[in-house]
Design a binder for this molecule. Structure first.
Ligand code: KG4
Ligand code: ZN
Length: 345
């Protein structure tokens, strides 16, 4: 099927794969509606090491990929041959992990003679918003908060974006994971910090780093100030109240993110802000964004918590948008390779 035929196809069925980090995921989407979404998480395996071990992740994708695809097809009640096209995350992410998904989907697409759509993982995170709220329409501001990326973008239409700013050093998810380690909390740190912060008070001063642009962030200094606080307290023999440190860190980070997104909405005269990425599962960030938007007559949008962290339904949705609104550049060429790093949007 040509790209033009795909575009016109009624009841477009897409089978998508995601394997950029430690989740092996497959989803089936028909006309933008999820028929099935299966995620096999390796968190329990990597927890032992305090973070994702790339080679172990790749090996587990090799083991999991076949049963995960089969389960997604079974749950959707289709065979692979019923798909109109396939989709796969080709970057950014762990190279070995991406290669497993890319090779598998290239094989499937070649064997069944169906087109393959290549998907940018971060665009997938943004697309998760349309799964939760199909009425969301560009232009709007996207606030990307994941384990590898942190950025503010203007979503100009379904397939074009303008980068406004982002982190100068660590991604926000990395900061959550590192601060969790300082507090002796297990991997992944984000949900652990959120749990630890419940009942905590904002007693620890976390300075907001100065950046040249209102859309830029710096999280490594924040991580260092938490480390210094914990070490100084230990030297003085003072008790470190984990709940207070977690609450102070989480609230301060949420404030910085929300401020940047709201400033962007104001500057560009846009009414909608959509959160995207694993850290977007965080309740305090959602609460602060909702409150800030309500105060200013803006509207906050969120993916469901399940589609904030890595999944294939968002990859299928992004592929669907590329087919419906794109120019064909998302069609994977025969030479498609996995890429550890690609432009954010
Ligand atoms: O988007 P994601 O699933 O993977 C990447 O594309 O990087 O994001 C993973 C990150 C991890 O750093 C994890 O700690 C963080 O998302 N995370 C959270 C929460 N759930 C996951 N951070 C804060 N609060 C959460 N509830
Ligand atoms: Zn992700």
């Amino acid at each position: 099927m040509t790209f033009a035929e795909l575009k016109e196809k009624k009841d477009l069925t897409i089978v998508a794969m995601e394997s950029s980090c430690d989740e092996t995921a497959c989803a089936v989407l028909r006309n933008g509606e999820i028929l099935s979404s299966v995620i096999s998480s390796q968190i329990a395996i990597h927890k032992e090491y305090g973070g994702v071990v790339p080679e172990i992740a790749s090996r587990n994708h090799v083991i999991n990929i076949e049963p995960v695809v089969q389960e997604a097809l079974d749950k959707a009640g289709i065979r692979a041959a019923d798909a109109d096209c396939f989709a796969v995350t080709y970057g950014a992410g762990l190279l070995g992990a991406l290669l497993v998904g890319v090779s598998y989907m290239k094989g499937l697409s070649f064997a069944l003679e169906k087109p393959l759509i290549k998907v940018n993982h971060i665009r997938g995170h943004i697309a998760a918003n349309y799964l939760a709220d199909p009425s969301l329409t560009p232009p709007y501001i996207g606030l990307i908060v994941s384990g590898g990326h942190t950025a503010v973008v203007r979503v100009d239409d379904y397939t074009s974006f303008t980068y406004l700013g982002g982190t100068m050093d660590d991604a926000v998810g990395e900061a959550f994971d590192k601060v969790a380690r300082v507090l002796s909390l297990p991997y992944p740190g984000g949900p652990e910090i959120e749990r630890a912060a419940k009942g905590g008070k904002r007693t620890v001063y976390i300075p907001a780093p100065k950046t040249a642009s209102p859309y830029d962030f710096s999280f490594s200094g924040i991580k260092t100030s938490v480390i210094n606080y914990v070490h100084t307290a230990a030297q003085r023999g003072e008790e470190v109240v984990k709940a207070d440190v977690a609450c102070s860190f989480q609230s301060a980070v949420a404030e910085m993110l929300v401020k940047a997104a709201v400033t962007a909405a104001k500057q560009f005269g846009l009414k909608d802000i959509a959160l995207a990425g694993g850290v977007g599962a965080n309740g305090e960030i959602r609460r602060q964004l909702t409150e800030a938007c309500e105060k200013r007559g803006l509207k906050a949008h969120f993916p469901t918590k399940e589609t904030c962290t890595d999944n294939a339904a968002m990859i299928a949705m992004e592929a669907y948008l590329q087919v419906k609104y794109g120019d064909g550049s998302a069609l994977a060429e025969d030479t498609l390779d996995a890429k550890a790093s690609i432009p954010l949007v």
